[in-house]
Design a protein around this ligand. Structure first.
Ligand code: HEM
Length: 508
């Protein structure tokens, strides 16, 4: 009788949109969870709606995380994120994450869980190989990459922004993400496809559909059927993946053949395919697998830098004096060093500006997310969590904490410039305050063993693109702006404003 009444209530609650059988199974699962399941997460205070009322309005994830950080004062708490419970840990536990490798705490397995990547690529994210490709391949080649990055940036800016000396209006995020994707494709895939518009469009559609699929999957209250539903909705994402793979696989197959025919020929390439093949035993060089790995490194290395450059442009446009100071610094450095490695090391204001941008506007409210892989994991103070626990850190709250920064809500482009100006002779301080140096209070690129290995390349590439725009173009808002373009928020992730337009014209 009670079960029948509950079913009736839920039917009204879900407005009759769930079939009766689905309702029965959903209710049984809820009752089981309520009375018998001893979820580890139940031991901690939860912020947000309870799991058994998924349609109840709830605050956005970033607000819940900020509230938890304030109220729990250095203690863990739980939020629902990407339709799962996550244990949000205070920063005192970052030191434990610092030294833990992927066998204990895995970043890849955590994003696999959050975004449902296994629905399209199986167990690709069970291996650390993609990260190794960046560490052992790209990072060891960084000095040799400046020249090809500069040359690709020049081509990409000319094709996406143009060379007209007349003002023209452009959609900022769309234009910049396309030009950054071209440059990222040049480095992470290779010269053959990076100017092929069909391929560039296919890669952008593939990358964007990863998030789209994840969002659709959590948007519908399918309860215990979510996994089944996720497999079905991954269909359109898999189609986008197939499209990009159809163009990429023949190239990878050709590179494998060339390598087999003549090992020395492979020395000509210095890009993502090459670095991935370098780390793959000859007998395991499967074009499909290598293409998947290369494409998913592009996913890591293209979308976020595209947003970062767009945000740099928006932020610079908020303050005309700052824009001029950045431009002067860039012009003087180019005069002294040309478009070389040295240029990138001699833009201290721009570097501080990038780090401050990442502090005030990180890409997510949470970060340093990990899945516990060991049977259990014990933190330095004895807190023990079982295998399978999802942990994350409230990074936005940490970066806005008055205990960590003076006037944390103020955007101060000189904040880190001033700190690094008190440099000791051995340059230790300079490195400490650099945009790409991860510390417990510079968390935009994560922290510890899984800290973003692409951050060095990323900051270089962003500096080259931003500097080119500064010195070669006049830029302005297309209509007067009173405040910064608002960012979109979905599941604690912040996306650049897509509708904002700016105007540009070639200088000189
Ligand atoms: C604005 C640009 C970028 C941002 C904000 C960003 C951010 C991040 C963050 C937060 C992580 C997780 C780190 C952790 O939890 O400790 C990460 C991991 C990773 N990033 Fe980036 N990233 C960016 C650019 C790039 C680029 C350009 C590449 C490749 C060239 C890249 C490749 C990777 C890889 C392979 C991992 C996985 C590391 C591992 O599991 O060991 N990222 N990134």
């Amino acid at each position: 009788m009670a079960l029948h009444a509950l079913l009736h209530l839920l039917n009204v609650y879900y407005q009759g949109c769930l079939p009766y059988n689905v309702l029965v199974i959903t209710v049984c699962t809820m009752l089981y969870k309520l009375f018998f399941s001893k979820s580890f997460y139940c031991r901690f205070r939860r912020f947000g709606r309870p799991w058994y009322l998924p349609l109840l309005p709830s605050k956005p994830v970033h607000d819940l995380v900020a509230q938890g950080y304030r109220e729990k004062n250095n203690e863990p708490f739980v939020v629902r994120w990407w339709a799962r419970d996550w244990l949000v840990l205070p920063p005192k536990y970052l030191r434990d994450v610092k030294h833990s490798n992927s066998e204990s705490l895995s970043f890849f397995r955590a994003i696999d869980e959050a975004l449902g990547l296994h629905y399209s690529v199986g167990n690709l994210y069970h291996s650390q190989k993609m990260s190794e490709v960046i560490k052992k391949g790209m990072n060891t080649q960084l000095p040799t990459l400046t020249e090809p990055i500069v040359s690709e940036v020049e081509h990409a800016i000319e094709s996406h922004i143009g060379t007209s000396k007349e003002w023209k209006e452009i959609p900022a995020a769309r234009t910049i993400s396309r030009l950054v994707n071209q440059v990222a494709c040049r480095m992470l895939i290779g010269p053959e496809l990076c100017r092929d518009q069909a391929f560039l469009d296919a890669t952008l559609a593939f990358m964007e559909s990863i998030f789209f699929h994840a969002i659709i999957t959590i948007a519908v209250p399918f309860g215990p059927f979510r996994r089944l539903f996720a497999k079905l909705v991954a269909f359109s994402h898999r189609r986008n993946l197939r499209k990009a793979m159809q163009m990429l696989q023949p190239l990878v197959a050709r590179r494998i053949r060339e390598r087999e025919d003549d090992e020395s020929k492979s020395n000509r390439n210095n890009d993502g395919i090459q670095w991935t093949l370098d780390l793959t035993e000859a007998t395991k060089r499967d074009p499909y697998q290598i293409s998947l790995e290369v494409l998913h490194n592009l996913f890591a290395g293209s979308l976020a830098p595209g947003s970062m450059v767009t945000e740099l442009v928006f932020q610079a446009l908020m303050d005309f004096n700052l824009l001029e100071q950045l431009r002067n610094e860039a012009s003087q450095a180019i005069e002294l060093y040309g478009w070389t490695e040295k240029l990138l090391a001699n833009l201290p204001l721009q570097d501080s500006f990038i780090r401050e941008l990442n502090r005030v506007y990180p890409t997510g409210a949470t970060g340093c997310s990990r899945l516990v892989m060991d049977k259990s994991f014990t933190f330095h103070d004895g807190l023990t969590v079982p295998r399978g626990t999802r942990i994350t850190f409230p990074i936005q709250a940490v970066l806005h904490d008055v205990d960590n920064f003076e006037n944390p809500s103020v955007f101060d482009p000189y904040r880190f410039f001033n700190k690094r100006s008190t440099v000791s002779e051995d340059h230790a301080t300079e490195y400490q305050w650099a945009a790409s140096t991860a510390t417990p209070t510079n968390l935009a690129f994560g922290y510890g063993k899984h800290v973003c290995p692409g951050r060095f390349y990323c900051v270089r590439q962003c500096k080259i693109i931003f500097t080119k725009i500064l010195v070669d173009y006049e830029i302005g808002w297309s209509s007067p702006m009173k405040e910064r373009p608002r960012r979109d928020e979905i599941e604690g992730q912040f996306g650049t404003n897509k509708s904002q337009t700016i105007r540009v014209r070639r200088r000189g």
